[in-house]
Design a protein around this ligand. Structure first.
Ligand code: PLP
Length: 346
């Protein structure tokens, strides 16, 4: 039988990320525990849960031997940032296919980082124009001789990194670092994080429920898709011989109520949420983790959870870009981000 240590990784994950206990929030709501799992503290690059996925994915073929990869994402995609960091570290080129999303300081910071990483960027007006102009980057495994990374870097191989995160949390619970959370709150994009944790926690026998707070429209976050992706991941685990027994993933409930204007749009509440955890020196962002924390707080207020855990999937703050970063952008994208009508709050 295959063991975890037999699977190649890039060794980007070192010790378990800490769980920060928010005693002040627990006291305000008269409950025993409120915690945050700090994937923002992952040591490689700027951290964030994407590193867990890329640690496995980029160590596997065909990604490991390729000179670069194609990947898709919004202009402010955290996945493209993580891939840009990886490309720099591994000496590869990231071919980034980017579509528009509304501007915010976080989007601009990510875009600047991706532009200044070893990347070649191609810009599309929206997701549909990208799908029409270049369907290959969505449906093929290779494009122009290079492997394509699936959206959000979610695939059975990358999900291995998140399954391990579930096992990591289970061990922290076993050692008494935190009580078993009754709910684990996380942001849902392409599903890899939610699915990996549900399998990892299920494998370890942790009795909890995952609340997947959707940052994307229902067409991308629904039960049939979740079922399909979970089945694919479980089959892969059995195929590589990592598990023999039947695995019962922990249940996932969806929340579509925090989405607001759609993918990439912060809401007034998710923006406000980013300030709440500053008291514990934890940075959230408004497009994903601010929405997940918003639901956690609603549940605390209604008494629906007594021992919640927020899985902080976001990275740490990026270094400031050099002033001329916009010159690295495709010209149409450069014009659009300079357009006054596109500015935040316009
Ligand atoms: C900060 C953050 N949280 C959560 C997610 C969603 O993760 P997944 O695509 O695995 O559902 C993303 C995806 O880009 C992200 O950037």
């Amino acid at each position: 039988m295959m063991k975890w240590d037999d699977i190649s990784t890039l060794d980007w994950m070192t010790p378990p990320t800490e769980v920060t206990s928010l005693d002040w929030l627990a006291a305000e709501h008269k409950c025993d525990f409120v915690g945050v799992k700090r994937d923002d503290m992952i040591g490689f690059g700027y951290g964030g849960s994407k590193i867990r996925k890329l640690d496995y994915l980029l160590a596997s073929e065909p990604y490991r031997s390729a000179d670069g990869w194609h990947a898709v994402g919004a202009i402010g995609s955290g996945n493209l940032v993580a891939l840009g960091e990886a490309a720099e570290f591994l000496g590869k080129t990231l071919h980034a296919h980017c579509f528009w999303e509304p501007l915010s300081p976080g989007v601009l910071a990510n875009l600047a980082f991706t532009a200044q990483s070893p990347s070649r960027m191609r810009y599309y007006r929206n997701r549909i124009s990208m799908a029409l102009a270049n369907p290959w980057v969505l449906i093929r495994k290779r494009h122009l001789g290079l492997p394509v990374i699936t959206p959000g870097a979610s695939s059975p191989t990358s999900i291995l990194g998140i399954i391990r995160a579930g096992l990591e949390l289970a061990e922290q619970i076993r050692c008494g670092e935190l009580p078993t959370p009754d709910m684990v709150y996380l942001a849902y994009g392409t599903g890899g994080t939610a699915i990996g944790l549900s399998i990892g926690l299920g494998l370890a026998g942790v009795k909890t429920t995952i609340c997947a707070v959707s940052a994307v429209e229902r067409v991308f976050s629904n039960r049939p898709l979740l079922w399909f992706q979970t089945r694919q991941a479980l089959r892969y685990l059995q195929h590589i011989g990592l598990v023999e027994k039947r695995v019962q993933p922990v249940p996932i409930v969806f929340d579509h109520g925090e989405l607001g204007g759609g993918y990439g749009y912060p809401t007034p509440r998710s923006l406000a949420m980013c300030n709440v955890l500053k008291r514990s020196n934890i940075e959230l962002e408004a497009v994903y983790t601010g929405k997940a924390f918003s639901r956690l707080l609603r549940d605390l207020e209604s008494g629906a959870t007594k021992t919640p855990l927020l899985w902080n999937t976001a990275r740490r703050a990026l270094a400031l870009p050099t002033e001329a970063w916009q010159t690295d952008l495709p010209s149409r994208l450069c014009e659009r981000i300079s357009d006054p009508s596109e500015q935040l709050g316009a």
